[in-house]
Design a protein around this ligand. Structure first.
Ligand code: C5P
Length: 413
């Protein structure tokens, strides 16, 4: 077993760390220390309220860089600091991001240095929300978060747990190590530069009559996280998705489907037209569909109703069996004998890589523990957020894919 998944280096990267007013501001100091230690140049901008929780001198000492807080003072020190600070950085990370700051960002306010820098940015923006659970759950905050998501802002966390106020729930800032890994994932791109990746995600919906159907509890979270991680790695991404409640990442091509046969049709079309290098079948495709779909709503009676089902095509197997298949990755969600069933599926579907997880733990959850099965054996990815797992998985896929390409070239010589 191998569970060594150290992320790629942050050396030479430039990051602007925005610190807003919240108890978690003290954790941002540790984050600044770790980022600097990893070779990242960290410039810090603090809001007035952040300065009430922790002093700028702490960040200055840890990063070796002048810390900015006042809009007018910053512009005195360096002309147009409110614009220039966001130039030549690879990422702006706001940690912690308070509910108030999130609301300002969502409205596009620019009434202090940090909001102005964010509004004037020309680089990705990531926020690590941290607040009391009720503030997080408040519809206003949720509205602001989905608004920012739609604007392309990366939301890292929050997580569940004990809060500074003594309450327990969602709203705690992501642990510093996890945040560091998300940043690393975001900045260590280029692994799949120029590669075309096709991903299926979510459940399928198999109609029974005009208003009913068979589906499953897949949320699409893992597939969507993988699509984002593939984009972060520089790939061109096509996402074929069954019905989900999520807003999709900004992929190059998004194809919405409903049934397994529609999903197969979309996958075949993309493969014929775009010849993807990598195919990741994450979708929880329904194994069966109704033999007859009633065009009308089936009426209730007091009699038994027998539904006749027939098998659906196996999309992944069909792709993997092509004469020149893309590099195929499958998922197996099992409720028993996880490793044995997963290994059998990998053999049967002729997959270079199969990702196994427990259905009851992973499906419709924000987190998953994964076992990767490939020619080298098993690799365990301990339970973590699906965003983190997606980054790790994409790095593993890129490694195997590049190895396969290398082997093919050597065989031709
Ligand atoms: O055989 P099982 O459904 O467990 O296999 C899971 C893997 O196969 C997943 O990667 C899933 O996306 C894919 N699959 C598929 N078409 C099906 C059934 C599963 O592509 N009809």
């Amino acid at each position: 077993m191998n569970n060594n998944y150290a992320g790629s280096s942050l050396s030479g990267k430039r990051l602007l760390l925005g610190v807003t007013g919240g108890v978690a501001a003290y954790k941002a100091a540790e984050l600044a220390r770790l980022l600097t230690q990893a070779g990242c140049l960290v410039k810090t901008v603090m809001t007035d309220s952040a300065c009430r929780f922790i002093g700028p001198i702490t960040f200055q000492s840890l990063t070796g860089q002048f810390v900015f807080s006042d809009l007018w003072e910053a512009d005195k020190a360096s002309a147009m600091a409110h614009i220039n600070l966001s130039r030549n950085v690879d990422l702006i990370l706001i940690a912690p991001a308070s509910a108030d700051f999130i609301a300002k960002l969502a409205c596009g306010l620019a009434n202090d240095l940090l909001t102005t820098v964010c509004l004037a940015r020309n680089c990705p923006l990531m926020i690590a929300p941290a607040m009391n659970r009720k503030m997080w759950e408040n519809p206003a905050t949720q509205r602001n978060i989905s608004c920012l998501q739609n604007d392309g802002v990366i939301i890292a966390g929050p997580e569940n747990g004990e809060q500074a106020c003594g309450e327990v729930g969602m709203g705690r800032m992501l642990a510093v190590e996890a945040l560091l890994a998300v940043v690393q994932q975001r900045l260590s791109n280029g692994l799949l530069q120029g590669k075309n990746v096709l991903i299926t995600a979510g459940p399928t919906f198999e109609a029974i009559d005009a208003v009913r159907g068979i589906t499953n509890i897949s949320s699409g979270k893992m597939g969507y996280a993988l699509a984002q991680a593939a984009l972060d790695a520089g790939a061109t991404v096509t996402l074929v998705t069954g019905p989900t409640c999520l807003s999709a990442p900004a992929v190059n091509r998004l194809i919405n489907v409903s049934s397994a046969r529609e999903m197969l049709g979309a996958v075949e079309t993309v493969i014929a037209r775009e010849k993807p290098d990598i195919f990741i079948g994450v979708a929880a495709v329904a194994d069966y569909r109704a033999v007859n779909i009633s065009p009308r709503k089936i009426k209730k009676t007091d009699q038994k109703l027998v539904l006749e089902l027939m098998p659906n095509p196996d999309i992944l197997a069909q792709v993997a069996y092509l004469p020149e298949p893309p590099f195929c990755v499958g998922f197996a969600a099992e409720t028993e004998n996880l490793e044995k069933n997963a290994a059998r599926k990998r053999r049967q579907k002729k997959l270079p890589l199969l990702v196994a997880n427990w259905a009851q733990e992973a499906m419709n959850s924000d987190e998953a523990a994964l076992i990767l099965l490939d020619d080298d054996g098993q690799h365990v990815l301990e339970r973590a957020s699906k965003q983190l797992q997606a980054g790790r998985l994409i790095r593993h896929i890129a490694k195997l894919y590049l190895q396969q390409q290398c082997d093919r070239k050597l065989n031709k010589i």
